[in-house]
Design a protein around this ligand. Structure first.
Ligand code: SAM
Ligand code: SF4
Length: 453
C-alpha cells in the first residue's frame, strides 16, 4: 500500500470545486469505477445537495448492476479460541474471563438447523485464530456438515468463510471443502496503527495483506475485502480499499467479490475506544463512495449497524446484509451477551428485517446461483462489470424470495412480499425470461425448491 501516494492525493484534493465533484459523479454513472483522484474529490465533499447526489448516484449504480435486491445471510461463529490479542475484539487472548468454546460437528448442525428454520440459505463461518483448536481440517469438516443438513424444505446452499490469513496449502483445503467467498479484513491499512492494535501472528501486516494472493493462487477466486472502520481515518481506509481492489483487478482480472464495511462496536472486556470514530453521515458517504469506485463488488453491511442506518445504507449502495445474527459461539441457542465478539445493534428477527425492506420496494434475495453454476472469479466479473448480472439477480432473487414466503414468512410479510415480488417480476428484461420465471414460481407454489438460472 503506497501510503504516501494516498496521503498526497487526499491532501491535493482537500478542497474540491463543485464542478470537480459533479464531473466525478458523472463519470461514476458510466459504471466503470473511479480512479483515486476522483475518489478523493468526492471523499472531501462536505454536506449539502452534492452529498445527496452522491448517495442517489450510488443507489442508481447499485441498481444498474445488481438490480433492486439485497441478499441476506447470517454469520455462524464456530470457535472463539484465539491466539491473537487484537485490541478491539472480545475474543482477544488476554480475555481470560471467557471460557473458550469450539462447537462439535453435532453442535454445528444444531445451530444450522436453527438458521435454516429462520429461512437462511447462506452462512458466513467465523472463528478466532488458533492453529491447534481451529485447524483447517476442522473448518473443512464444519463446512461439510453445514452443507449436509436438511431441515424441512430448507438447506444451506452457500458457505462463505471469514478466518485468519493462512497458507496456500490451507487455502487449497478450503477450496476443496466448497467455500463460497473467502473474506478477510485488513482491519486498517495504516501500518503504524495496525502495529499498535495487534499482537500475535495477526500482527504481521504483510501476512494479512498478501493473504488474498495466496488464496487466489490456491483457486479461491471470490475474495472479500474489508476494513474495521474507527481504527484510523476513514478517508485513508477508503482510498486504500479502492487501491487494493484496483491492484487485485490488475493482477488477476478479478477484483474483490465483496467489500465489507464493519464499524467498531463496544465489546465486553474491550477497553479500546475507536481512535477515529466514523459519524453516521460519513459512514453513509463511504458506503456510497465505495459503490461508485468499485461498482461491480458486492457491498456488505452487518447487524453492527442500527435498523435506521441499515435502512439508509440499503438505499446508498449496499447489496448484501446479515440479519438475525448472533456474534458468539453457539449464540443461536446460548444468548449470553458476555460471550459475543462485539455488541450487535440490529437485533430484529429475519422476518421483521425483510418486512422493513419491503417498505422501500427492495427485493429480498437468498440467491446462491452464481457459485453453484460456476459463475465465480473472472466468469462473475464478466457479468458484473458491464452490469449484466442483474438479469440473473432479479429472477433468482424472485425465486428464492418466493421460497422464503412459502416456507417461513409471517402472514403480514407474505402479503406484502408477493406485492413486491410481482412488482419486480414485471421488471424482468424480456418476455421469455419473465415467462420462464413465472413458470418456476408456479412450481415453487406447488412445492418445488431450489430452482435457479
Ligand atoms: N479471527 C479472524 C480474523 O481476525 O481475521 C476472523 C474474523 S473475526 C471473527 C471477524 C471480524 O470481526 C474481524 O475481522 C474484525 O474486523 C471484526 N471485529 C472484531 N472486533 C470487533 C468490534 N469490537 N466491533 C466490530 N467489529 C469487530
Ligand atoms: Fe482473534 Fe479475530 Fe478477534 Fe483478533 S479479531 S482477537 S484474530 S477473533
Amino acid at each position: 500500500m503506497d501510503t504516501r501516494k494516498i496521503e498526497g492525493i487526499l491532501k491535493k484534493r482537500a478542497r474540491s470545486s463543485k464542478e470537480d465533484c459533479r464531473a466525478a459523479l458523472k463519470k461514476a454513472r458510466a459504471k466503470t469505477g473511479l480512479d483515486l483522484d476522483e475518489a478523493a474529490i468526492l471523499i472531501n465533499l462536505k454536506g449539502g445537495p452534492l452529498t445527496k447526489e452522491l448517495l442517489d448516484t450510488a443507489l442508481w449504480v447499485k441498481n444498474e448492476i445488481y438490480g433492486e435486491r439485497i441478499v441476506f445471510f447470517a454469520p455462524l461463529y464456530v470457535s472463539d479460541f484465539c491466539v491473537n490479542d487484537c485490541g478491539y475484539c472480545n475474543f482477544h487472548r488476554s480475555n481470560t474471563a471467557l471460557s473458550r468454546r469450539r462447537l462439535s460437528l453435532d453442535e454445528v448442525e444444531g445451530q444450522v438447523r436453527l438458521l435454516i428454520e429462520m429461512g437462511h440459505k447462506r452462512l458466513l463461518v467465523e472463528s478466532g485464530e488458533d492453529p491447534e483448536n481451529n485447524t483447517i481440517d476442522y473448518i473443512a469438516k464444519v463446512i461439510d456438515r453445514i452443507y449436509s443438513v436438511r431441515a424441512g424444505k430448507g438447506n444451506i446452499r452457500r458457505v462463505n468463510v471469514n478466518i485468519a490469513a493462512t497458507t496456500v496449502e490451507n487455502y487449497r483445503k478450503l477450496k476443496k471443502a466448497g467455500i463460497g467467498t473467502y473474506q478477510l479484513f485488513q482491519e486498517t491499512y495504516h501500518r503504524p496503527t495496525y502495529g499498535k492494535l495487534h499482537d500475535g501472528p495477526k500482527s504481521d501486516y504483510d501476512r494479512q495483506i498478501t493473504a488474498y494472493e495466496r488464496a487466489f493462487s490456491a483457486g479461491i477466486d471470490d475474495l472479500g475485502l474489508g476494513v474495521l472502520f474507527g481504527l484510523y481515518d476513514w478517508r485513508f481506509e477508503v482510498m486504500s480499499l479502492i487501491a487494493h481492489s484496483q491492484y487485485l483487478d490488475s493482477m488477476h482480472k478479478v477484483g474483490p467479490h465483496t467489500i465489507s464495511v464493519p464499524r467498531f462496536r463496544p465489546a465486553p472486556s474491550v477497553t479500546y475506544r475507536a481512535g477515529y470514530p466514523v459519524s453516521d453521515g460519513d459512514f453513509l458517504k463511504l458506503v456510497a463512495l465505495l459503490r461508485l469506485a468499485v461498482p461491480y463488488a458486492g457491498m456488505i453491511i452487518s447487524t453492527r449497524e442500527s435498523p435506521a442506518i441499515r435502512k439508509k445504507a440499503f438505499l446508498s449502495g449496499i447489496s448484501q446484509a446479515s440479519a438475525s445474527s448472533a456474534a458468539s459461539v453457539g449464540g443461536y441457542k446460548d444468548k449470553r451477551r458476555a460471550r459475543a465478539q462485539f455488541a450487535i445493534c440490529d437485533e430484529r428477527g429475519l422476518d421483521s428485517v425483510i418486512k422493513s425492506v419491503l417498505d422501500d420496494r427492495i427485493l429480498p434475495s437468498f440467491c446462491t446461483a452464481c457459485y453453484r453454476t460456476g459463475r465465480t472469479g473472472e466468469a462473475f466479473m464478466e457479468l458484473s462489470k458491464p452490469g449484466h448480472i442483474h438479469n440473473l439477480c432479479r429472477p433468482n432473487g424472485i425465486l428464492t424470495f418466493a421460497e422464503y414466503l412459502e416456507d417461513f414468512a409471517s402472514s403480514d410479510t407474505y402479503k406484502k412480499g408477493y406485492e413486491v415480488l410481482n412488482f419486480h417480476l414485471a421488471r424482468i428484461d424480456g418476455e421469455p425470461l419473465r415467462a420462464r420465471t413465472r413458470q418456476r414460481l408456479a412450481r415453487i407454489k406447488k412445492g418445488a425448491r431450489d430452482l435457479y438460472f
